[in-house]
Design a binder for this molecule. Structure first.
Ligand code: HEM
Ligand code: HEM
Length: 178
């Protein structure tokens, strides 16, 4: 049976961790009630990290599209196969849409984006309608992403603790034991 190789596992877990950190950072920006100065510092980090994750995410999604997905570890009902495919595709779409919408928001905000002092991406122009549209995309895709993520993590835990199959261990260790 096909498994997830080292590179696949590295890109799954690295993108998973960084994107979850970004979701928490984004939600803290919106609802964390931080002081103006702290909000500014966190926003600077969020934008810089988001730009780097755009490149990392493109590599991760591209690699998966070229390599294909591994088939389910155990026999699962057809609706579960369809649901898991749909959620995996939604997660991959969000990995691209989140940084793209964030970048579009920044490019038309009138403010430059400093990427940890490595490069500065200037704003093209301040156009509020585009920036506000990208902001709503950023927000609604984030909510869809969070919902899909709860289902995804729930399914992984169910496979591990209830079905007791190797879905989770295959994504961690790669090996399938007969
Ligand atoms: C604690 C968090 C997570 C756990 C426990 C987890 C677990 C897993 C497991 C067990 C699989 C293998 C599923 C199978 O064999 O059918 C998988 C695949 C996948 N996961 Fe996660 N995951 C987590 C976070 C994430 C995050 C944050 C993303 C998106 C950024 C994500 C995206 C995917 C995708 C797209 C796949 C399909 C295979 C691939 O492209 O790598 N996961 N995950
Ligand atoms: C890479 C993945 C990214 C994730 C997962 C992410 C996630 C989030 C989340 C969850 C929010 C809060 C949304 C809300 O409730 O309204 C947010 C806000 C924000 N994000 Fe991101 N983001 C990412 C990338 C970026 C990038 C690349 C930029 C810009 C260069 C950016 C700029 C912003 C800004 C400016 C806000 C605050 C919007 C406002 O003022 O309401 N994000 N982000």
């Amino acid at each position: 049976m096909k498994t997830y190789n080292k590179l696949s596992r590295l890109n799954h877990w690295s993108v998973a961790i960084f994107f979850m950190v970004m979701l928490i950072a984004g939600l803290t920006l919106e609802y964390g009630g931080l002081s103006k100065a702290d909000n500014f510092t966190l926003l600077k980090f969020h934008k810089a990290m988001g730009v780097l994750l755009f490149l990392w995410g493109l590599w991760r999604v591209g690699y998966r599209l070229v390599q294909g997905f591994a088939e389910p570890v155990s026999i699962v009902e057809r609706w579960q196969q369809i649901a898991s495919k749909a959620i995996h595709n939604l997660l991959l779409l969000a990995v691209v849409m989140m940084p793209v919408s964030g970048l579009v928001m920044a490019l038309f905000s009138g403010y430059p984006t400093d990427v940890f002092g490595l490069v500065t991406i200037p704003s093209i122009e301040k156009i509020d309608s585009i920036s506000m549209f990208a902001r709503s995309v950023h927000k609604w895709v984030a909510y869809a992403f969070i919902t899909a993520l709860f289902l995804h993590i729930g399914a992984a835990l169910k496979h591990h603790f209830i079905n007791r199959d190797q879905t989770l261990t295959r994504m961690i260790f790669g090996k399938i034991q007969k």
